[in-house]
Design a protein around this ligand. Structure first.
Ligand code: GLC
Length: 656
């Protein structure tokens, strides 16, 4: 691979992010490719009609990002509609590509950056900065894939989870006690649906305090963890960014004593509120605080836990003590008044804008690399550093065994310490499509262990949506069904089609040798796991395909994401072998020629297309991933032989 085609330029005095781990020499002179407008804090690039723009990791809209405006400003926003500009992540890597040229651009700054990709002017890509400080990496290469590989090389190896994390996990905000969790395990076992993980949402904690377990709800937690492990199930607890303020609570007291919390201008610890009420935020940017917080995971590791999900780490803020006080004071003025249209809007705005308030992100500071920096300047790397805290600690606390870790908020760099899930999506068909479209962009940015809440988090789901979403989710490394408190229960056993779910999840388990092999190759060889068709096929039609994905080297998938349909149009850039699965051992195969096809896919069917020269190994499924063996695989091939497949094997546990 060519490593020499990356050029680094600097504008202003960027705050380092530690996202790039390879030394790239700084070039002098004017920024290439872009027109620089310093007073406007803007870089401009002329887009040609044929240019497509990919990347930005976890965002809204399609794979080709052209025609919208995206702001890197990590946001706790559970309504992922097309009009939004920010989600939970800032992953500032884009790729501009056409027949004539391909260019990767990484904008390395923790600050707010807006990518206006043909929004203001159809043929203009503008990168607008709140502060004109950034390291810019320009990556040239002969193809999108080579550009991505070079970029991935400089940001370091992607996080590798234990192999069991490729199993299925059930989650729900609302499992209150050990009985609830046992019931989930019982029901999955009763339905014969494989499962490896049950997630524990905030209710396992004692009044939402990090690194505590509610003893009434989970008496003798270590023995409960052991009981579940005995059944082959890993419990995966959530950890939130805010630490409850409570006398006698050791984490709070240690944090105060060690000076580990974020401070206001006057030096006092910021008081914000999240689930537990008032909290302090650990200053994850400060080395000592990061080390301290990371070591806290030991409390749960010692009780047998070996996986975590980090949440609310944008950070989400319900309110700050100071702002709440201001709001109450202002509300006084409205008392007894006849609120006209404008004063009513103002009044409503006061209360409505209380959470995740812009002003609050300017109320506190970090100690970062020896400097005091206001939060809004480094907002986008807060969640990243929480995950880093955990990842760095795990290397010491669990030197031999990999620990499962994924986060809600992220920034490039966090991909070395964990994966991500795509946050609070909704039980909408459009969000199934969004999930499909997010996967390749996440791969580009190194977030390989990723997935979204299957079935949708917010809103009530329907059985057919959970079926179709599961039929896609069986391909995503993170394969988790999760739902919000108060929504319709959506564990697979809640629905009449238990057998179909069983077949789908069994198919996932049968795919584990393939998924794990392709995942490991992607991580170790700096390759993409999910690819848009256009990254491998150069024909015109492939460029516009936004609902099919290449997964690893052997297959293409075409999920059904529309309600009340019994099939879909599929575009084949070359002849492929269609395998229509009803179960891992019940499928039909047919070679389809290059071009468009209407392909039937009922609610119980999954479409897989084996590419020319492709080999898809299938294992015999088991109730748990540990039972999925790589011996006696069934190889489905198209113009290839089983020996052509490079199976990746290891013990699935040891660190690499
Ligand atoms: C946040 C998370 C969600 C979780 C909830 C309660 O909304 O994104 O996954 O269930 O908090 O912890």
């Amino acid at each position: 691979m060519q490593r020499t085609q990356i050029k680094k330029y600097r504008i202003g005095k960027p705050i380092p992010t530690d996202s790039v781990v390879v030394d790239v020499e700084l070039e002098q002179g004017a920024i290439p490719y872009f027109h620089t407008d310093e007073p406007a804090k803007r870089l401009t690039f002329s887009l040609e009609k044929e240019d497509r723009v990919y990347g930005l990791g976890e965002t809204i809209r399609g794979m080709n990002k052209r025609g919208w405006i995206y702001t890197s400003k990590n946001a706790d926003d559970p309504v992922h509609t097309e009009d939004k500009r920010s989600l939970y992540a800032s992953q500032n890597f884009i790729l501009i590509t056409s027949d004539k040229r391909s260019l990767g651009v990484y904008v390395d700054t923790p600050g707010v950056v807006t990518f206006d990709i043909g929004y203001t002017k159809l043929n203009e890509l503008r990168i607008d900065f709140e502060d004109f400080d950034a390291d810019l990496y320009f990556v040239e290469g002969e193809s999108p894939l080579s550009i991505v590989s070079q970029f991935r090389h400089i940001i370091g190896r992607s996080y590798i989870p234990p192999r069991w994390a490729f199993g299925f996990g059930q989650s729900r905000w609302g499992y209150k006690n050990a009985e609830d969790v046992r019931r989930v395990a019982d029901q999955y076992e009763k339905a014969g649906i494989p499962i490896d993980m049950i997630y524990m949402d905030i209710d396992y904690m004692e009044r939402f305090k990090d690194f505590t377990v509610d003893e009434k709800a989970f008496p003798n937690f270590p023995s409960f963890v052991e009981e579940m492990r005995g059944r082959g199930i890993h419990l995966v607890p959530i950890i939130d960014a805010g630490v409850k303020i409570e006398d006698g609570y050791d984490v709070y007291e240690e944090g105060v004593k060690g000076d580990f919390f974020c401070k206001k201008e006057n030096g006092e610890n910021l008081v914000a509120a999240v689930w537990p009420g008032k909290v302090h935020f650990p200053d994850f940017l400060k080395d000592s605080a990061r080390e301290w917080f990371g070591n806290k995971y030991k409390v749960l590791l010692d009780q047998g836990i070996d996986g975590f999900w980090n949440d609310m780490n944008e950070p989400a803020i319900f309110y700050t003590e100071d702002h709440l006080k201001e709001v109450f004071e202002k509300i006084e003025d409205y008392k007894g008044k006849n609120l006209d249209i404008w004063s009513f809007f103002e009044f409503k705005g006061l209360v409505g804008s209380i959470d995740n308030n812009e002003e609050d992100y300017r109320r506190f500071y970090h100690e970062y690399k020896g400097q005091k920096i206001r939060h809004d300047k480094v907002h986008n790397i807060f969640g990243y550093n929480m995950t880093r805290a955990a990842g760095e600690a795990f290397e010491k606390l669990s030197p031999d065994k990999r620990i499962l870790m994924f986060s809600r908020s992220s920034f490039i760099g966090a991909h070395r310490y964990g994966g991500v899930w795509c946050g609070d999506n909704q039980s909408w068909w459009s969000h199934l499509l969004l999930n499909i479209q997010q996967m390749p962009a996440l791969s580009m940015c190194g977030f390989l262990f990723s997935g979204a809440d299957i079935g949708g988090f917010g809103a009530n789901t329907t059985e057919d949506l959970v079926l179709r979403w599961t039929a896609f989710g069986i391909f995503t490394p993170l394969f988790r069904n999760h739902a919000a408190l108060g929504t319709r229960e959506q564990e697979m056993y809640q629905f009449p089609s238990k057998d179909v779910f069983k077949h789908l999840v069994e198919l996932r388990y049968a795919l584990v040798p393939y998924l794990y092999s392709e995942f490991m190759k992607a991580a170790l060889e700096e390759k993409m796991l999910f690819k848009p068709l256009a990254f491998e096929y150069s024909d015109e039609r492939s460029r516009e395909i936004e609902d099919q994905l290449l997964l690893g080297d052997s297959i293409m998938i075409a999920p059904v994401y529309k309600q009340n349909t019994t099939g879909r149009m599929v575009y084949l850039p070359e002849d492929m072998k269609l395998v229509r699965f009803r179960a891992y051992d019940d499928y039909d195969e047919e070679v389809l020629t290059k071009g468009d096809h209407y392909v039937k896919a009922d609610l119980n069917e999954v479409l897989v297309f084996i590419r020319k020269g492709g080999v898809l190994p299938l294992a015999k499924p088991a109730d748990r991933t540990t039972g999925v063996k790589v011996e006696n695989l069934n190889y489905l091939c198209y113009e290839a032989k089983p020996e052509d497949y490079k199976l990746y094997e290891d013990d699935g546990e040891s660190r690499l």
